[in-house]
Design a protein around this ligand. Sequence first.
Ligand code: ARG
Length: 465
Amino acid sequence: MAKLWQTDASARLDPTVESFLSSIVVDSRLVFEDIECSQAHAIMLGEQGIIPRQDASALVDELAKIRKELEADTLSVDQNAEDVHSFLEDELTRRLGDAGKSIHAGRSRNDQVATAFKLHVRNACRATRALAKNALAACLDLAETNIETLMPGYTHLQRAQPVTLAHHVLAWCAGFERDIGRLADAAARADESPLGAGALAGSGLSVDRERTAGLIGFARVSMNTMDAVADRDAAVEYAAAAATLMTHLSRASEDIVLWASSEYGFVSILPTASTGSSIMPQKRNPDPAELIRGKAGRVFGNLQALLVMEKGIPYAYNRDLQEDKALFFEIEEAVNGALGAFAVLVKSLVPNVARMRVALDGGYLEATDVAEYLVKLGVPFRTAYQASKLLVQRCVEENKSLRAIAQIDLEVHEAFGRVGVSAEELVRYLDPQACVARRMQTGGPAPLRVREQIRRLRDWLETES
Ligand code: ARG
């Protein structure tokens, strides 16, 4: 097939090079965006008197027909075309003759591809944000029903202090909230039209960039025509937001993998989001969680590839930039797929409240509270810490839990005697539920505070458009 840019029929590309350069397999996905942008361009050309008005409306109508035929599958994008932009111009020319040939006045494939892709990126920011909101809402449902579900919180994967399942899940939500904000920021910055930038220097024709931007639904035009065709930072920004989101999804998934293991036994996963083993009938595997973790690597890799692809390119357009789309679509697919699966996974979790409660025993998770109890009675923290440490050591030696203190000689450290600690009162103080309930700081695990966090996030989800 002759290329749009071909002037001499005898000077053909080597077929190997031709197939190497072709991007049609990848950029066919931009066909609807390109139709939208081309319609705006045609309308503007007509209004500006650059082409006859009847040619402009013929172009707009024919593009609408092409859209319908593609949607109805009576037309498919010709995979022999160089790219989706060539395909559309060829198709218009085949159908409309000279009117078809007039569509490319005042534009270049450089601003054409930048515009269709930017529109796609802006819309992808919005779509991924909606999916992230959905995943966050699923987490809030899980939190809501587990405000009183006690469990150990961990640092260094060692049992540290009692928290609740709701508090832990809200930690995931806090990350997702920022991710959703990042995607909103990225969408707002991507909301500018490169169209009319031409190859790099605009056009000598009276192209109206503001008009095409308005018709496509962009908030504004990009402010420099060379930047408009040369930069892909909107894609990088989406990719970076997606990569950060994937770290959050991956870490939450890792929590779920641990919780679903026999060693923890904190949750089971309904068959909607767990798989069986082909050989071991007793198993239920957390495959969706593992694949989310796995997909994170692909997203990070593609972000890196996008950055490296762009870094050495002299201004303005160079063909390297064609790589942006394959990398981007892969990121988009991975993150959207992961978000959808994660929401179902979270809905499929069945907490084992008893197992979590038992995990609070025997690990001396209340040791900090012993020290804080002494602090409240006026003992300096470091002395109180030493006293608590000795008490824990004694409990370990005697194979007793901290709440069996009544049977232990509290004189283990003089601090206990000095302030006259009553073992009975201390035992009440160390009840895990009490430990959680008095952690009343903003953002803390106390049920009251957790309810506030849930309510705030629900309100935010509703108002966040
Ligand atoms: N397929 C190309 C891309 O995605 C379209 C732009 C080609 N422009 C050019 N001057 N060769 O980047």
